[in-house]
Design a protein around this ligand. Structure first.
Ligand code: TYM
Length: 345
């Protein structure tokens, strides 16, 4: 039994081109959870540098993710928005967890295999140990719930394994110090809704991703209405009309993807999208899809731009968020060190 209170943590990398997948799979969930939970939303700049980032571009992207969080409706006063590198406990705990996680566990991570590709020997060591830093992000706050897209599921499972191994490796010391036996609660992934895996607009079997060389595969949050319309118009589909029921989406990945996107944007179940558009041609559906996408995204991009005009304001929010994050993290890191047998102040 855990006695920990519920706390939400999640992160987004400042690597440029935030897209509809990030928005529907993660950011809209972040917004919704504010009602019910204490939330920390982190711009994970230390994760970003596991692959090369131009320094000036990185600064810009850290501010842009922050601005997008706020423009999407995250309240930086009621909750915490900060950039990861400002709270040194992330890197410190990551080192400790590097010594808990096993090579074999990390060797199984599919995202490393995808990202490193054929050039494994040339990948940074940081890219390999990336999931340990992610576990540190979560455990540093004893977060209990982590909203993410489907692609982060395996990393979340690893975070749970690491938490469990820490709790059991140090069980005696945890008890001797009088701490709760679930020293680190096992974080629950929150992967829900019709858009946990938004796919490429050009290939319904590939994930929508910021690293795809073709911009036509994704809707970027900063795209204007005309670009959004063009991308949906050119989105790949099959020759059949839309089905009337969900079963009819089987083996039609492009149709399934567009229906899922519409459902998530409009906040309705997929079945009701099919009730409305089933039997009709894709062209009409794509027009309606463009309309709902522009209606939802235009205010977010306009507000992001407005906030980006005042970088000092964004920096003040990040600085305040980091101070509040520190206040939660510091005692947890201190207890962690005590449990391990490291002398602290
Ligand atoms: P990142 O920056 O790649 O993506 C941010 C969030 O967007 C989700 N996402 C998607 N959801 C649906 N469809 C897609 N096509 C799609 N593409 C991306 C991701 O699942 C993610 O939720 N490792 C994380 C960042 C991270 C983190 C953490 C998350 C670092 N520390 C601690 C949670 C907790 C990442 O690379 O996200």
């Amino acid at each position: 039994m855990t006695t920990h209170e519920s706390r939400v943590f999640s992160g987004v990398q400042p690597t440029g081109n935030l897209h509809l997948g990030n928005y529907l799979g993660a950011i809209t969930k972040f917004v919704a959870l504010q009602e019910s939970h204490e939330c920390l939303y982190c711009v994970v700049d230390l994760h970003a540098i596991t692959v090369w980032q131009e320094p000036a571009g990185l600064e810009h992207n850290i501010r842009e993710v922050t601005a997008t969080f706020i423009a999407s409706g995250i309240d930086p006063k009621a909750h915490i928005i900060f950039n990861q590198s400002r709270v040194s406990g992330h890197a410190e705990l990551a080192w400790i967890l590097n010594c808990v996680a096993r090579m074999g566990w990390l060797n199984r991570m599919t995202q490393f295999k995808e990202k490193a590709g054929k050039h494994r020997e040339n990948a940074s060591v940081g890219l390999f140990s990336y999931p340990n830093l992610m576990a540190a992000d979560i455990l540093l706050y004893r977060a209990t719930h982590v909203p993410v897209g489907d692609d982060q599921k395996q990393h979340l499972e690893l975070s749970r394994d690491i938490a469990q191994k820490f709790n059991s490796d140090f069980a005696k010391s945890i008890a001797a110090h009088g701490f709760d036996e679930t020293f680190f609660p096992l974080p629950e992934p929150l992967i829900t809704g019709p858009a946990t895996r938004v796919m490429s607009l050009r290939d319904g079997t590939a994930k929508m991703s910021k690293s795809d060389p073709s911009d036509m595969t994704r809707i970027n949050l900063m795209d204007d209405a005309e670009t959004i319309a063009k991308k949906f118009r050119k989105a790949r589909t099959d020759p059949e009309p839309l089905p009337g029921e969900e079963a009819g989406l089987k083996d039609r990945p492009e149709a399934e993807n567009l229906v899922g996107i519409y459902a998530a944007l409009a906040g309705v179940p997929r079945a009701s999208v099919l009730q409305e558009f089933g039997g009709g041609q894709f062209s009409r559906f794509k027009e309606a899809l463009t309309e709902v996408a522009v209606e939802k995204l235009a205010p977010v991009s306009a507000e992001t731009k407005r906030l980006m005009d005042d970088p000092a304001h964004i920096d003040a929010i990040l600085s305040d968020g980091a101070a509040r994050a520190h206040a939660i993290a510091d005692p947890i890191l201190r207890q962690t060190k005590q449990v391990i047998g490291l002398l602290t102040d």
